[in-house]
Write a protein that binds this ligand. Structure first.
Ligand code: PLP
Ligand code: COI
Length: 341
């Protein structure tokens, strides 16, 4: 298979249309078998549930080329599980986890020519998503749905690669207590659009959202979980019912404990404690681990000792171990890597 002629090393995080996408429809209470199609357009009724009441959920994952030239993906079963949970919360039918993994593998395989080569710094981003497709005008769930998987080759999520980020504490909230912050629903991202445009206008890379109830605890950013390192080398990640249970974060906690021999703790993290941490990073499929150099809380700067020039030492070890596992240079825990054959 010949790779596409793409300048892999200079890709940003944008959409590039690839050859195939997976499409399955849900009608009369059942999913069809699904097909791969070359048609990138979706044609739905003007009154479709997704257009009127934002009934849509999605996932984000990546395909990697390993050091020995295999194509793999990372823990797709967990994305499948999370999509099931997201769908249930929005009264959508479940696309079964096993069928999900099968469809992801098939879609990556069909777009093999777009999986960036090992060492290029790029990956193939995989975006499974599902939406209400039949007309709905009263506020209620749709009866028909479409599940799709698109792929697009991507570079780093944040411009500047691994340059530490500056983040502001947001006055906007992302998720309500008892709301939908813990699922991957499009509506959570619509909520964050004004806040991110405003943050960029003010010169910040991202927003740090606090818990909406007390505004004292760290939640997450618009597209990644936080990870902190204490001055004595312990990894700490915020625990909250209103943040997305990041697969990258859960994996990093295990990597910290089992590969690096570090203590790792998931607990509530107060904004007031930030000044005591040695390192801070954002973690997620798109963000991988992006170091944070500074958090600005209404003019008050909290600068992490790891600084604004490079990743802190523990963050770097976590980054190198996780990406080593994904790229096949470090042995993965059982079941983490699924090969695309
Ligand atoms: N938090 C939010 C709001 C996200 O959009 C993402 C991205 O998927 C994450 C966290 C990270 O989750 P994961 O590591 O599963 O990609
Ligand atoms: C991902 O990391 O997969 C996401 O969905 C986050 C988004 C900001 C691109």
């Amino acid at each position: 298979m010949e790779k596409k002629n793409i300048d892999w090393a200079n890709l940003g995080f944008g959409y590039i249309q690839t050859d195939y996408r997976f499409v399955s429809n849900y009608k009369n209470g059942a999913w069809d078998d699904g097909i791969l199609t070359e048609d990138a357009n979706v044609v739905i009724n003007e009154c479709a549930g997704v257009l009127q009441y934002a009934q849509t959920v999605f996932e984000g994952m990546k395909a990697y080329t390993t050091v020995d030239g295999r194509i793999v993906t990372f823990r797709p079963d967990l994305n499948g599980e999370r999509l099931e949970q997201s769908a249930a919360r929005l009264e959508m039918p479940i696309f079964p986890k096993d069928k999900f993994v099968e469809a992801v593998v098939k879609t990556i395989k069909a777009n093999e020519a777009y999986v960036p080569p090992y060492g290029s710094g790029a990956t193939l981003y995989v975006r499974p998503y599902m939406f209400g497709s039949n007309p709905v005008i009263g506020v209620k769930p749709a009866d028909e749905y479409q599940f799709r998987i698109l792929t697009t080759p991507v570079g780093p999520y944040f411009k500047g690669g691994v340059k530490p980020l500056t983040i502001r504490v947001s006055d906007f909230d992302r998720a309500a207590p008892n709301g939908t912050g813990h699922i991957k629903a499009g509506l959570n991202y619509a909520m964050s659009l004004h806040a991110i445009v405003d943050a960029h206008k003010q010169g910040y890379d991202e927003n740090m959202y606090l818990d909406a109830k007390t505004r004292t605890k760290v939640e997450e950013t618009g597209g990644a979980n936080f990870l902190f390192v204490t001055k004595d080398g312990k990894v700490v990640t915020p625990k909250s019912d209103s943040i997305l249970p990041s697969i990258t974060r859960r994996s990093l906690v295990q990597v910290a404990r089992e590969y690096l021999g570090l203590e790792a703790e998931e607990r509530e993290v107060y904004l007031d404690e930030l000044k005591d941490f040695a390192e801070c990073g954002l973690c997620g499929t798109a963000a991988v681990i992006s170091p944070v150099g500074k958090v600005v809380d209404h003019g008050k700067e909290i600068c992490f000792p790891s600084g604004m020039t490079e990743m802190g030492p523990v963050t770097r070890k976590l980054y190198e171990t996780l990406t080593g596992i994904q790229m096949g240079t470090i042995k993965a825990p059982e079941g983490w890597i699924v090969e695309i054959k």
